[in-house]
Write a protein that binds this ligand. Structure first.
Ligand SMILES: Nc1ncnc2c1ncn2[C@@H]1O[C@H](COP(=O)(O)OP(=O)(O)OP(=O)(O)O)[C@@H](O)[C@H]1O
Ligand SMILES: [Mg+2]
Length: 262
């Protein structure tokens, strides 16, 4: 599926009438089965942009099309994974993964079968009857990913899904995400603070400007697929990380200066 983001603007108005321009003129087409990551300084409007594409927040100007159709709310083919824990603590792993299918009235047998397949795919086989509280943070994020993927989304939107995890775990989970994504053929838009994660996963990495967010640079990642995290030690990878950081450093400095932090 294709995502077209056309000249999207978003301004928030606080109760006292103060304007916060979060997104200013983003243009982006993510083509069928492409993996695009977005990096940018904190507060530059990344989550806002993803929420707009997910149909969770309205926009002030511009439009978003999914396969040529303008969106006007959550689209049935779009799956979302957030940074914050989204598993229901009172449901087991299996019951969590089954949730969306249950809501769609899928019969119990089929629901179980599809959920078990996904649980195996994300490496949680054997943990079906555990509760989220009994799992590590990384395992809970796998549950969140399985819960979204079980719905077979054509578009996968992820907002720092590994943000709360340590660097080693996120690189390994990133690798697994690549393996799973290559099977699902979903079009992916991924937000991260990690330049390495962005370079490892993506076909293209967008660097956003300081708020209000617009696209400062697009870096194409010409690394061969399938990839795994051993690619991080190559010169080519280092060059890509350097290219992203050069622009991101400038934008992050602007943000920190405007906040009086440097
Ligand atoms: N509901 C809201 N009402 C008012 N302002 C908002 C709202 N949501 C976000 N903002 C503002 O919009 C700007 C962009 O926020 P957003 O969450 O999109 O940033 P971000 O790039 O995702 O940041 P981070 O990297 O820290 O997650 C911020 O200045 C934020 O305060
Ligand atoms: Mg955010």
């Amino acid at each position: 599926m294709q995502i077209e983001i056309k000249d999207v603007h978003k301004t928030f108005y606080s109760k006292d009438g103060e304007e916060v321009k979060a997104v200013a003129g983003v243009d982006l087409t993510v083509t069928d089965n492409e993996f695009v990551s977005v990096v940018g300084p904190s507060g530059c409007g990344k989550s806002t942009l993803l929420e707009i594409v997910g149909g969770l927040t309205g926009l002030t100007n511009g439009e978003v099309l999914i396969d040529g159709e303008p969106i006007s709310g959550p689209h049935p083919a779009v799956g979302l994974v957030f940074q914050q824990e989204s598993a229901f603590p009172w449901r087991t792993v299996l019951e969590n993964v089954e949730f969306g299918l249950e809501m769609h009235g899928v019969a119990k047998g089929e629901r179980r079968e599809r959920s078990r397949e996904l649980i195996e795919l994300v490496g949680l086989k054997g943990f079906e009857d555990r509760y989220p509280g009994e799992l590590s943070g990384g395992m809970r994020q796998r549950v969140a990913i399985a819960r979204t993927l079980v719905m077979n989304p054509g578009v996968l939107l992820m907002d720092e899904p590994f943000g709360a995890l340590d660097e080693q775990t996120r690189l390994i989970l990133g690798e697994e995400l690549l393996r799973i994504w290559s099977k699902t053929k979903a079009t992916a838009l991924f937000i991260t603070h990690s330049i390495e994660e962005a370079a490892l996963l993506s076909d293209r990495v967008l660097v956003m400007s300081a708020r209000p967010g617009s696209i400062r640079k697009v870096v194409t990642v010409h690394l061969e697929r399938p990839r795994d995290s051993s690619v991080v030690s190559t010169h080519e990878f280092g060059d890509i990380v350097g290219e992203i950081w050069k622009v991101l450093r400038e934008e992050s400095m602007k943000t920190l200066k405007s906040q009086g932090q440097i």
